[in-house]
Design a protein around this ligand. Structure first.
Ligand code: SAH
Length: 274
């Protein structure tokens, strides 16, 4: 698409994922009489639809919501059981997180390039990781979540609907800054993006009830285990032979229980920042 003939829609439409509260929770209590209500928001689905209309390239259709619903139906048919995860994925406009030229593929079950040799994970893998992270906790949001590997920020936005507070760390500055700009325009207020080496976790906000990595290393860094709360769950791809598997670590009073799940293919976990 030629930007001079068809300008991209501005990404500044107020879109609050947070204001509705975590998925499955009742709306926030009404403000007491006399209180000043700051920044009243239109319902999320209206805001999403308006933005999607403005931003969708020809071919995606005017309204991305039905496309997203179809994606969720396919995920459910493929065995994803956690309705909170499905509801969150039904609400986050995935096509806004990828390059305009790739937006028509945003709701297919495929990973897509996001620049700097990194990829946004395919929806079925995001759903599986988050289902394992939540561990069937019904409508209860996770109090505090750490994500390693913000990338384009898509999974971070989904996590913001599943947790009360989310910290997401990215080691590549251009990706961190791009995600920050987009998520700021969406006013995802319960999400903090950190530029840094996620192999060290993020000490200042530890411990975390959930830790999820979007990059796979040879082993789970000790810092992540140290920063996992008792009762918390950690989900990460780990190298196994010539591939990777999803590893789940559950921490209890008596220690760590580790289980291995399906084979996956994530980008490598690297130390340091760039
Ligand atoms: N959740 C992301 C997936 C991005 S791919 C999304 O929805 O788009 C994984 C990301 O992990 C890449 O952006 C990569 O730069 C990042 N990464 C790899 N090692 C890292 C580290 N040590 N600390 C922080 N981020 C890391």
């Amino acid at each position: 698409m030629n930007d001079t003939t068809k300008p991209r829609a501005p990404r500044a439409f107020p879109l609050s994922l947070e204001r509705l509260g975590p998925v499955g929770k009742p709306a926030a209590a009404p403000a007491p009489p006399g209180a000043t209500v700051l920044r009243p928001q239109r319902p999320l689905h209206q805001a999403v639809q308006d933005r999607a209309r403005a931003a969708a390239p020809a071919g995606l259709g005017l309204d991305s919501e039905p496309v997203r619903q179809r994606m969720v139906q396919k995920l459910r048919a493929a065995g994803v059981r956690d309705e909170q995860v499905l509801a969150a994925m039904a609400r986050v406009p995935r096509h806004l997180f990828v390059d305009t030229a790739l937006a028509t593929q945003a709701y297919e079950d495929t990973s897509l390039p996001i620049g700097l040799q990194q990829t946004i994970s395919k929806p079925s893998v995001v759903a599986r990781m988050l289902e394992l992270l939540r561990g069937g906790r019904g409508e209860q949001p996770l109090p505090r979540i750490l994500e390693i590997g913000t990338g384009c920020g898509y999974q971070a936005a989904v996590l913001a609907l599943l947790g009360r507070q989310v910290i997401s760390v990215e080691r590549l500055k251009p990706l961190h800054e791009k995600a920050r700009g987009l998520l700021r325009s969406m006013r995802v207020d319960n999400l903090r993006l950190v530029y840094g080496d996620g192999m060290l976790g993020h000490g200042p906000n530890a411990p975390y009830d959930g830790i999820v990595s979007a990059a796979g290393g040879d082993a789970i860094p000790q810092a992540w285990l140290d920063q996992l709360a008792v009762g918390g769950r950690l989900v990460a791809p780990v190298v196994r032979g010539s591939g990777q598997v999803i590893v789940l670590v559950e921490r209890s009073e008596s220690g760590f229980v580790r289980s291995e799940h399906e084979a996956v293919h994530f980008v490598p976990l690297k130390s340091g920042t760039t």
